[in-house]
Design a protein around this ligand. Structure first.
Ligand SMILES: Cc1cc2nc3c(=O)[nH]c(=O)nc-3n(C[C@H](O)[C@H](O)[C@H](O)COP(=O)(O)OP(=O)(O)OC[C@H]3O[C@@H](n4cnc5c(N)ncnc54)[C@H](O)[C@@H]3O)c2cc1C
Length: 470
């Protein structure tokens, strides 16, 4: 049988190789380290953790990343198996001895009879005769390969410093203060006259907000290899430094908006949030890219009327990242529409984090193996954590309706990516649940639905013979 070629032996590539080989398909894994390294990697080992040693919460009942752990274990993940074996104490989190972990992944892969490791950079598109390739080269993909992918996709340079705006869970916005309206009630191609959430500010509130921005602590970010800034989207704190009125004439302009709760009073400034996913559970803060420290973002953005209780699905930040505009470029099985022999996995697809990258590697490895074996494998349903992540990457995200920088941003798994579920109002004993407990009950219900639906999907795949036993 002809092998699958996997480029990049990080979290995603290692997991993809393991999954494909365990499905009975030979794999050639290409890893450029130690012959050539990246700005963040320090060792020659496969699946190196470049920064923290944490796989985050292991709580599968109320945490989305905990659910992803549970699903990966069920699917025989080598990353989770080695993480469990090299765990260090970290409360409710799954943290690992980083060297023990990556050496264990490497040993498992090297010991697999169907996996061959080739040390060397793939410095351009893989040769045309390779018909089933997984590209899992991560956020620090080598420049030669990144440029070749950029030329193929027509998206120009793939690597840039990203300025990211925070994303808020819709259910945590106070709609007694905020209201839905598009500026000048414009009906856009992707939206309606009521597409945006608007948060109004009085003059005093605006002055206090700008004052807080000016005093806030900012992060210095690490520079990698002279990559350019992306499309000149300035951080809000930089705009605030240019003058007290700058934001009010930029992303916080109040024009064309009428406060539905108090139409006679013109807001002095307005913060707008735009729907971020097709489900309508997540909204991003328009024009609010920022380098503020995470703690400062939470404190200062909750000064915005309507966002006092905001829960953030992700905070803003700036960092080097190489990733595809996946909702436009990839099909539901992670293949490049323009060249389906190339499949992508890991952070380069627009997920973020060790666990998410490994999870997307897992499903990419299964898709690639099923294709080689001539079996169709349906994507897991979006009610599962893996399916929710995959859905976000390949189609769940809404393209920005405005001209401007592309709006698809790397994303950790979170409950906002799952299709909504009715919030349970009563405990099993029939007692009415108080507000805070309802949120927890909702997460438990989402977790139970994910567990049930993953089991069904695995059973269906087994019956259609497109699935190797975990
Ligand atoms: C500086 C930094 C800090 C981060 N910190 C965290 C954190 O604390 N927690 C967290 O959850 N996530 C963190 N991330 C995100 C993290 O990198 C990813 O989540 C994860 O490592 C990505 O997995 P991956 O498999 O997609 O890429 P990687 O793990 O980066 O693997 C890609 C592999 O491909 C190889 N490669 C690249 N180009 C080529 C080529 N042309 N030919 C052959 N091989 C190639 C690389 O050497 C590398 O081994 C961080 C990212 C960066 C850049």
């Amino acid at each position: 049988m002809r092998p699958i070629h996997i480029i990049g032996g990080g979290l995603a590539g290692s997991e993809a190789a393991w999954q494909a080989a365990n499905s009975g398909v030979p794999v050639v894994l290409h890893e450029m380290r130690p012959l050539r390294t990246t700005a963040a990697h320090r060792t020659p080992h496969l699946a190196e953790l470049v920064c923290s040693n944490s796989f985050r919460s292991d709580d599968a009942s109320t945490n989305a990343v905990g659910i992803l752990h549970r699903e990966m274990r069920a699917l025989g993940s080598i990353v989770l198996k080695c993480a469990d074996a090299h765990q260090v104490p970290a409360g409710g989190a799954l943290a690992v001895d980083r060297d023990g972990f990556s050496q264990a992944v490497e040993a498992a892969l090297l010991g697999h009879p169907l996996i061959t490791l080739n040390r060397g950079e793939i410095a351009g598109l893989p040769p045309e005769d390779l018909d089933n390739v997984v590209i899992a080269t991560g956020p620090l993909t080598s420049p030669a390969l990144a440029e070749a992918i950029g030329r193929l996709t027509g998206e120009g340079a793939l690597a840039f410093f990203d300025a990211i705006a925070p994303i808020v869970h819709r259910h945590s916005i106070n709609m007694d203060v905020a209201w839905m309206q598009s500026r000048y009630d414009k009906d856009g191609p992707g939206g309606s006259v009521g597409a945006y959430v608007n948060c109004p500010m009085t003059r005093d509130q605006y002055d206090a907000f700008v004052g807080a921005l000016l005093k806030a602590e900012k992060t210095e970010f690490r520079e990698f290899e002279g990559t350019p800034y992306f499309d000149g989207c300035l951080p809000i704190e930089v705009m605030a430094e240019r003058g007290r009125e700058t934001l009010r004439h930029g992303p916080m302009k109040p024009f064309g908006l009428t406060n539905a709760h108090d139409p006679r009073v013109k807001p002095y400034a307005v913060v707008q949030l735009r729907q971020d996913n097709a489900l309508g559970t997540l909204f991003n803060m328009v024009g609010f890219q920022t380098k503020l420290k995470y703690g400062e973002q939470g404190r200062i953005f909750r000064m915005i009327p309507g966002l006092e209780g905001a829960e953030f699905a992700r905070l803003g930040g700036m960092h080097r990242n190489t990733y595809l505009n996946s909702p436009r470029l990839l099909d539901a099985r992670l293949r490049l529409k323009a060249s389906p022999r190339l499949r992508f996995a890991g952070q380069i697809t627009g997920c973020e984090g060790y666990v998410e990258s490994a999870a997307v590697g897992l499903i990419a490895g299964r898709f690639a193996a099923a294709e080689r074996l001539g079996q169709g494998l349906e994507p897991p349903p979006p009610t599962t954590a893996i399916g929710a992540l995959l859905n976000h990457i390949t189609g769940g995200h809404l393209e920005s309706v405005d001209a401007g920088p592309r709006s698809f941003q790397p994303m950790n798994v979170n409950f906002g990516l799952f299709p909504p579920i009715a919030e349970p109002r009563f405990a099993e004993a029939g007692k009415r649940l108080p507000g805070p407990e309802r949120g927890l009950a909702r997460k438990r219900a989402l977790s139970a639905r994910a567990e049930r639906d993953l089991a069904r999907w695995m059973e269906g795949a087994r019956q259609s013979a497109s699935f190797a036993e975990a």
